[in-house]
Design a binder for this molecule. Structure first.
Ligand code: MSP
Length: 505
């Protein structure tokens, strides 16, 4: 039998500023999948954290007049605060300044150096500090006659210095092979990288920086005058986070099931570079790489450098709860296409789905159960209605299992809508035998709520309790007719109506 294990990661974020809703988009996605698998009784490990070394952080700290260590310490507590506000239930928050991580980076450098994959040379080229990467002539754009970063639209810096190179080129065929396996989701992102490699070849990359320029990094074990390139350092968090060196059994247990969630901006590093690095370390490629597109404002990727950020605070204060914010982000989730954010879009999701559909069903059904049956509702399943909603439940489960969270919660809303219509049709408040309709309605509400649980854990837990139940963590919970007796205790209004218009995005 397949083991029920699930390991999921987010990118580790640069703590140069507080997280915005773009970072929340990725992190809530990973948290939702982690909760989906926990709900089904899996052993889940969920890793997130911060990418703390390198020039970008070094400069940001200097700008604040702080040494990098105190700067990142301060920023990390802000990140943790936001993840706690958004109910992100990670198993470990990894920092690249953690001792066990630094140990892994040094080990990895030493290992691949001894295997002959590293050589000394001179690097000449154009660098974007916001991306922490070089851009080749084919990759950068030219604005006002100057080489410019295509992602941040900022002029690149010219560098020419001694460094160590990593022989990615030796792994070109291997990387292409791995890209042809069913790892990258959606598939077209793999195709993009395959085309790029076929066009340009897989070039060696520089993995060291002179300490005189970038002092804030992990020292290269075989040459004390250099620090480690921040991407080489950062990618390794995925293996150090589950104790690659300190507990090999544990590492093997989770690695086999690893799912990396990333935005499409860092696809190259998580395929070409990461697959090759893993091969050099004799570690198999990840099981899945889930890649999503951007949240945009006026067509541009939301980000600090562009200066078009919508903050997590703004969303929290408009919609009033972490669950509503999480729901909105997951409802618009799109792997393939960028999503243009707007208050109109967010408001219509909040009002249409949460207030008018789900919230309305919760309120009227619980009131009905208490008024007509004193809240005590024994099993009496209406098989006719079961036939109507069973396919939607199956499709919801299938959508989660294939990472399509937005579809999964749309199916949940379809069930809620059908149940509202079912109540209208049957009018149990007029009936001399209201029990079958109310029991079946409550079962539909229970399952809708469980399908919403990974996205809205707080609301779901409190609604399940209002029905006199507790959340169970097993595969069987989606069977209709599973509950012997509902004991409805209260009639909650989980989402309040919006008042007033929001400020402009
Ligand atoms: N530190 C690197 C990642 C190293 S992982 C080994 C990094 N950090 S970052 O802070 O810039 O975060 C990038 C990630 O944040 C993106 O890949 C994406 O997951 C998320 N997003 C940041 N802005 C976003 C949008 N505007 N829209 C969607 N996702 C966004 O890169």
């Amino acid at each position: 039998m397949k083991e029920k294990i699930f390991y999921i990661t987010t990118p580790i974020y640069y703590p140069n500023d507080r997280p915005h809703i773009g970072h929340a988009y990725t992190t809530v996605l990973a948290d939702t999948l982690a909760r989906w698998y926990r709900l089904r009784g899996f052993d889940v490990f969920f890793l997130t954290g911060t990418d703390e070394h390198g020039l970008k952080i070094q400069r940001e700290a200097e700008k604040h007049g702080l040494n990098p260590r105190s700067f990142v310490d301060k920023m990390v507590s802000i990140f943790k605060e936001y993840w706690s506000i958004l109910d992100i239930d990670y198993s470990r928050f990894i920092r690249t300044t953690d001792e066990d991580h630094e140990e892994v980076v040094k080990y990895a450098l030493d290992y691949i150096y001894r295997k002959g994959y590293v050589y000394k040379g001179i690097y000449k080229g154009w660098y974007c500090t916001s991306c922490e990467r070089y851009y080749s002539e084919k990759e950068y754009i030219v604005e006002n006659g100057r080489p410019t970063c295509p992602s941040h639209r900022k002029p690149l810096e010219y560098m020419e210095e001694e460094t160590y190179f990593l022989k990615l080129s030796e792994f070109q065929d291997y990387v292409l092979d791995v890209l042809n396996k069913d790892i990258v989701y959606p598939r077209h992102y793999a195709q993009e990288i395959i085309s790029k490699i076929k066009l340009e070849g897989l070039q060696d990359i520089s993995i060291a920086r002179p300490k005189t320029r970038v002092y804030w990094g992990i020292e290269i074990p075989f040459d004390k005058n250099f620090t480690t390139y921040v991407w080489f350092d950062a990618l390794l968090n995925y293996v150090s986070g589950i104790e690659f060196l300190r507990n090999r059994d544990r590492f093997d247990r989770y690695w086999n099931y690893v799912h990396h969630v990333i935005g499409k901006d860092i696809l190259w590093f998580h395929t070409a570079v990461w697959f090759a690095m893993l091969a050099m370390l004799d570690i198999p490629p990840p099981r899945k790489l889930l890649v999503h597109a951007f949240l945009t404002v006026k067509g541009q990727k939301m980000g600090k450098s562009v200066g078009n950020i919508v903050s997590i605070d703004d969303l929290m204060s408009r919609y009033g709860s972490s669950d509503a914010v999480r729901y909105i982000l997951m409802r618009v989730l799109n792997y393939d296409k960028d999503v243009e954010v707007s208050w109109d879009l967010f408001d219509s999701i909040y009002t249409g789905d949460l207030v008018n559909t789900y919230g309305n069903l919760v309120r009227r059904l619980t009131v009905l159960a208490m008024r007509t049956l004193n809240g005590v509702v024994d099993r009496d399943l209406d098989e006719e209605f079961v036939k109507e909603i069973k396919p939607l439940i199956d499709q919801g489960i299938e959508a989660y299992n294939s990472f399509r969270i937005s579809d999964a919660i749309k199916y949940a809303m379809d069930i809620a809508r059908k149940t509202n219509a079912y109540l209208n049709k049957r009018e149990p408040w007029r009936s001399s035998n209201p029990r079958p309709t109310i029991y079946t309605g409550l079962e539909a509400l229970r399952i809708t709520t469980l399908l919403l649980y990974p996205v809205m854990p707080r609301t779901a837990t409190s609604i399940i309790r209002a029905l006199g139940l507790e959340i169970e963590f097993s595969e069987e919970i989606f069977e209709l007719g599973r509950v012997d007796t509902f004991r409805v205790r209260e009639a909650p209004i989980p989402f309040k109506k919006l008042s007033g218009a929001a400020g402009g995005i």
